[in-house]
Design a protein around this ligand. Sequence first.
Ligand code: NAD
Length: 336
Amino acid sequence: MSGKVLLTGGAGYIGSHTYVELVEAGFGVTILDNFSNARRDVIDRLEVLTGAPVRLVEADVLDADALDRVFAAHGFDAVVHFAGFKAVGESVERPLDYFHNNCSGFVTLLRAMDRADVRRVVFSSTATVYGQPETLPYPEDHPTRPESPYAANKLICENLLKEARAADDRWSYGILRYFNPAGAHPSALIGEDPNGIPNNLMPYIAKVATGELPRLQVFGDDYDTPDGTGMRDYIHVQDLARGHVQSLKLLIDQDQSHIVNLSTGQGYSVLDMLRAYERACGKTLPYEVVGRRAGDLAAFWGDPARARELLGFQATRDLDDMCATSWAWVSRRRNG
Ligand SMILES: NC(=O)c1ccc[n+]([C@@H]2O[C@H](COP(=O)([O-])OP(=O)(O)OC[C@H]3O[C@@H](n4cnc5c(N)ncnc54)[C@H](O)[C@@H]3O)[C@@H](O)[C@H]2O)c1
């Protein structure tokens, strides 16, 4: 497969893994990132992993002039858009910053694409657009009721894409609703590297395993789930990354817009994840149960059927793979 792709946010967690999958699939990829939530040495490590120099543009998706220059220089066939802020809790505290970066940034990008005659885009959406589950697993036609500014941002961006296509059918889009990405590349060269206290469960447990945090706080053990703790649909970041290649292929080869869940269809509890991480790192990890966190859902997982039918996508890695690759990554990072 070939084609030239602009990868915004390509220095980030999911973006860096997707970079590797795209290069391996034969795409020519240019990363655009402002490094607001990524380290510059990710680029060196991507060069080691792929054995080739990385084409990198350090710029902000809110900078229309910079985008015009990038599009003029490259002649892209499509854009894969990851650049954005992603922390649900922070979005509640700083909604205006989130709407500006995530929604204004996306409008700025889409307008630059339109000027450059590039109208294929794969967009990082999220399962949080569904809100309180009416049915599980969530199918893609489940009602959308975002419960945070972050989820509202993503739904606005989805709607922007639908409106753009309704007005001009040269637009095509792949909206990918991710469940809970976890794990790292098996090379242990790239992975999730949050600053401070992580928002997500696996990087939190990883920091307990390395001794950077004293214990895991489990928010509630009185949910209506088999062990009482919250359940989520964790998907290995490499599987997720491969889903983007398959989505791009559908856009480029068949011009077929789509909205799909990228999920495994399987829910795991907080304690399942903790036990799996203990197996990976060979230690018992301390935890304490505290009260429920406002706004947390008890359990959700996604219906993977449409992704299978439309994209031929199926997750192949399980929770043990996620924990083992995460542990290899954090151990290597700690040892320099
Ligand atoms: N990680 C998750 O749990 C999850 C789940 C669902 C959806 N998503 C979405 O997937 C995308 C990637 O997530 P991630 O986990 O890799 O996050 P990340 O923070 O690791 O990556 C985002 C990247 O975008 C860059 N960036 C942010 N704002 C920018 C801007 N204005 N201009 C240029 N670059 C900018 C950051 O520097 C970073 O490298 C995000 O849009 C996120 O909302 C993530």
